[in-house]
Design a protein around this ligand. Sequence first.
Ligand code: PMV
Length: 320
Amino acid sequence: MRATARAQPNIALIKYWGKRDSGLNLPAVGSISITLESLFTEMRVGFEPGLERDRLTVDGDEAADLLPRLSRCLDVLIGLDREHALIDSRSNFPIAAGLASSSSSFAALTLAAAKAAGLGLDRRQLARMAGRASGSAARSMYGGFVELSNHADRIELECLLDRDTWPLSVVVAITTDSPKPVGSSEAMEISRRTSPFYGRWLETQQDDIDACRAAIGSRDFERLAATAEHNCLKMHSVMWASRPPLVYWNHATLECMRCVRALQADGVAVFFTIDAGPQLKAVCLPEHTARVREALEATSGVVDLRITGLGAGATLVDPH
Ligand code: PMV
């Protein structure tokens, strides 16, 4: 009745933005991501007979405000007639601040809860269930380079390349650790309803996915860089043109972008990507990590940095 799982967040190189079915939480577009290594969320789930309601602690503190979304995830996974759960969540990075904590949180929660409830689901089923709670969480069930593809009634996941076959480094520049102003589900809905660019975003996504898959297949860093930056800026253009506008960046995000551009001009193999938050993730070849780190560390407004390689998919861990 108890289990613990650990999952790493993933960063989309080709982004998911928009839902085609909010009820089933099915994405409107496919996406491609890399799973990270040294950032993680650990979830301990115990179904306790006699408990009157679900309880959640996040990094040791009771977190009633975050509980409804996690309870819903358990309802969908196990059913409404389940026992109530004690959930303990721990992350080694700031949550809800555009560092993809929902991907690691819901992947870890789904894996731990399925084990604790004895569901016997395979990884693909677990990924689909995690995706019901958070679209990006489905990808954290897998390691390395992961493609999420969209089918009529379901999503499919595939590891395109192992993390050891093409090791990359990610330098995460944290520009603030305060929570983001608008959650991604609500923001996606605003974009779908109001952004004049939303239709073109959907129409052009497959080209970016194909180009990114090809770049990964041939380990073509330059092509990967160009495709990922283009897709990221296109997603943010959709957001900026929404009403009300969805602007997640701050001055330091732009300073970090300028820093990455300067490194590129200097021959460093690096590119940036930014999700629904102000943090910039610089992806580079491992031999350039120190250069990228130094440059971002010296960038105005950067309050913290995390350096990570590519990681594995979610795993069960022994309880402490
Ligand atoms: O999975 P969600 O609901 O947290 O949405 C993720 C949205 C982006 O991070 C902006 C893009 C992505 O594909 O991860």
